[in-house]
Design a protein around this ligand. Structure first.
Ligand code: SF4
Length: 298
């Protein structure tokens, strides 16, 4: 049975959709970048690494309450940026307190990955830190620069290959519509190139929405970014998948985030043709000039 952990979280707390059953443990608060123009997730927080005693206290409280989590997810925005001592000690304590926990997941930026040595990443992987979620957003340098992602496409590619080599599973997230109409073509082509080069084990799409109060929203209001219609967003998804060659391994693909109008998923390359056919059908059914409605919660 899944129940609320007895932890006083520092809100807001986010996790990937696939970690909905995981015990969430805050190792860091906020995001060390906190500059991506479209993102307001951690703007209310000042980035910091939590003291290891507090992290252990949270784990002990959960253990005392009888929790036996199958999976644990380390928050907040880019917990892989925490110093090695904190991550290692957190994982040691998880392995001691919850020996039956199968795996631990974490959000990571390309910078977090490149800053750690291969040996350090392998050490973390050997302690059950098994999957890293990387917000690629786009494989295009111009788009990455425009959204102030903080990393270039080359850094994204090197980080993706490095973390896989070090024993992690990689879950890559790309954003539909993030470059607006002007950069849509190069966003599609270079994101497909990046996915083909990095072959993540998991891959998902989010849809870009303009959140009031963010620089991205201001750019749209000033006409500097022209958002994509529902039809154009579906075309981007179709074209990125069509141009990507996931030939070397099995990729679990999901576009079931709350920001996406229609849930979609499958295993690539096995289901690629079927998914493309579904997308083609949706594209044909979607009228021109209609914009997607922002979800109630992101
Ligand atoms: S790195 Fe992620 S959490 Fe941090 S500002 Fe960018 S999108 Fe938001």
């Amino acid at each position: 049975m899944f129940f609320e952990p007895p932890i006083a979280y520092e809100p807001p707390v986010y996790r990937p959709p696939s970690e909905w059953r995981s015990l969430l443990i805050q190792v860091t608060i906020g995001c060390s970048n906190n500059k991506c123009t479209y993102c307001d997730m951690y703007r209310s927080k000042t980035y910091r690494v939590r003291p290891i005693e507090k992290i252990k206290e949270d784990l002990d409280k959960c253990a005392s309450s009888g929790m036996k989590p199958d999976k644990i997810f380390l928050c907040d925005g880019d917990a892989l940026g925490a110093p090695m001592e904190v991550l290692e000690e957190t994982l040691n304590h998880i392995n001691k307190t919850f020996p039956d926990t199968r795996r631990v997941g974490i959000y990571a930026t390309a910078e977090n990955i490149l800053e750690k040595s291969e040996e350090e990443l392998r050490t973390l992987a050997s302690k059950k830190l098994d999957i890293a979620y990387l917000g690629l957003e786009s494989g295009d340098d111009k788009v990455l620069h425009m959204i102030v992602k903080g990393n270039t496409a080359d850094e994204m590619e090197r980080a993706s290959l490095k973390i896989k080599d070090c024993g992690f599973k990689l879950s890559t997230i790309a954003m539909l519509g993030v470059g607006g109409k002007k950069y849509s073509k190069q966003h599609v082509e270079n994101t497909a190139k990046m996915l083909s080069a990095t072959n993540p084990q998991f891959f998902s799409f989010l849809t870009t929405f303009s959140v009031p109060g963010t620089p991205y929203h201001t750019m749209i209001e000033r006409g500097l970014i022209e958002p994509l219609t529902s039809k154009e967003l579906l075309i981007e998804m179709h074209d990125i998948l069509k141009l990507s060659s996931f030939d070397f391994n099995q990729v679990i693909f999901r576009a079931n985030h709350v920001s996406n109008a229609n849930p979609l998923g499958g295993t690539l390359p096995r289901d690629k043709e079927e998914i493309l056919k579904t997308l083609k059908h949706w594209i044909d059914q979607t009228p021109e000039g209609v914009y997607p409605k922002a979800p109630a919660r992101m």
